[in-house]
Design a protein around this ligand. Structure first.
Ligand SMILES: NC(=O)c1ccc[n+]([C@@H]2O[C@H](COP(=O)([O-])OP(=O)(O)OC[C@H]3O[C@@H](n4cnc5c(N)ncnc54)[C@H](O)[C@@H]3O)[C@@H](O)[C@H]2O)c1
Ligand SMILES: O=P(O)(O)OC[C@H](O)CO
Length: 371
């Protein structure tokens, strides 16, 4: 690890909250690098299996976990003395989970959130949610990018992600801590840009899955993903994100991975909708969390609340269209027909406005060496 002047002194201890697929992947990365790492799981029996057999009984079938990776169901055993805490609980469960453990987390312990989504009840991103529960002054960082858990634990090839924080030193410390020869972390200060990409790409992946389920072909898939990224950029602009972040790993990069790769749960969910299954049928037959489903409903409400102008459904036709399908108001095929019959428009009708925003946002250029 390359230590920065603000780096904490040894021994560094890591706690991971959430022992699902990505919690296990992050825990594995940290333990492989020799940091004492403990995963907080909900079920003591699962903790015992991880500790004695170095495997998770439900997730990551066939994967042997590092012996240095411990598990517990007792927050008091791992949170109070952790140097860093990684938060890997799905967005919609995060508030309840954090409420239940907040008394065990010291005031200054930095939290690295790896969760992607918009909370339906508050329409807030993970940064808003965590600050709401743990306080405005909490040091926070956010990891996002194309990073399927299974590929990480299998040590396949290479993964590149971005860690964003308002405190660039914290982002750098965490990037140095987690990066290894096969997992590369870039850094950024554009927290909202990174969060918007991570949340919206899951919604676009539902649409990509529908496209595939309907058997629409490569032209349709490429068109949908590109136009989806355009809506991601438009939303990012509204919230002050940098266009370069949206074009980066956590935006377009993660959208590619999730829409075109075979592992995405969101894409699989969309595929089944495209094949004609109902939401109820899919939800009843899977325990996998597809974060995009709740995020799709939250994002359109967020757009309606925060974006000016009328007929926002025409500015964000893909996001609104996917939400309508999830609400049972249209079928995937009707959604497609609506998109294809939209009024004629310039490909990038908001480009002029984008240019002005860019000129105003000097910070876009200031740390351009930093992802
Ligand atoms: N799986 C991936 O490849 C991947 C990659 C990058 C980011 N992420 C993000 O990481 C976050 C976690 O995803 P995951 O893949 O680990 O999810 P998962 O479904 O595999 O696991 C979720 C974990 O959260 C725990 N949890 C705690 N409180 C819960 C509650 N009230 N209800 C349900 N579960 C609860 C579960 O026990 C489980 O251990 C998500 O926001 C996801 O978008 C996942
Ligand atoms: O399986 P998904 O669709 O939740 O995607 C997992 C990760 O976010 C990919 O980067």
């Amino acid at each position: 690890m390359q230590a920065s002047p603000s780096s904490p002194t040894y021994p560094i201890r890591i706690a991971v909250m959430g022992g699902g697929n990505f919690g296990l992947a992050m825990g594995t990365l940290c333990a492989r690098q020799g940091y004492p790492t403990t995963i907080l799981v909900r079920d003591e029996e699962i903790a015992q299996t991880i500790n004695s057999e170095h495997r998770h009984p439900r997730y990551m079938q066939g994967i042997e976990l590092p012996t240095g990776l411990r598990a517990t169901s007792d927050p008091n055993e791992c949170l109070p003395d952790a140097t860093y805490i990684i938060h890997a609980v799905p967005c919609q469960y995060s508030r309840g989970f954090l409420e239940s453990v907040k008394d065990f987390i010291p005031a200054q312990t930095p939290i690295l959130s790896v969760s992607k989504g918009i909370e339906t009840s508050s329409m807030g991103f993970m940064a808003d949610l965590i600050k709401d529960v743990l306080g405005e002054d909490r040091p926070l960082a956010f990891l996002s990018g194309p990073s399927f858990a299974r590929e990480i634990v299998e040590g396949l090839g290479a993964t590149a992600v971005v860690i964003a924080s308002e405190d660039l030193d914290l982002a750098r410390d965490l990037a140095a801590l987690i990066s290894d020869g096969r997992f590369k972390c870039f850094t950024s200060t554009d927290v909202i840009g990174v969060e918007i990409g991570g949340a919206v790409k899951n919604v676009i992946a539902l649409g990509a899955g529908m496209c595939e389920g309907l058997g629409l072909g490569t032209n349709a898939m490429s068109g949908l993903v590109t136009r989806g990224c355009n809506e991601m950029r438009r939303l990012g602009l509204t919230f002050g994100a940098r266009p370069s972040t949206i074009a980066g790993l956590s935006g377009v990069g993660d959208t590619f991975g999730t829409c075109f790769g075979p592992l995405s749960r969101n894409r699989k969910f969309g595929y089944r909708l495209g094949k004609g299954e109902t939401m109820e049928e899919i939800l009843a037959s899977t325990s996998e969390v597809a974060e995009g489903v709740d995020t799709a409903l939250a994002v359109v409400r967020l757009i309606e609340k925060e974006c000016k102008g009328y007929r926002l459904d025409l500015k964000y036709p893909i996001l609104f269209g996917i939400a309508r399908i999830l609400e049972g108001k249209s079928t995937p095929l009707e959604g497609l027909e609506l998109l294809m019959n939209m009024p004629m428009q310039m490909e990038n009708f908001d480009e002029g406005r984008l240019g002005k925003e860019r000129r105003r946002d000097k910070s876009d250029f200031e740390d351009k060496t930093d992802e």
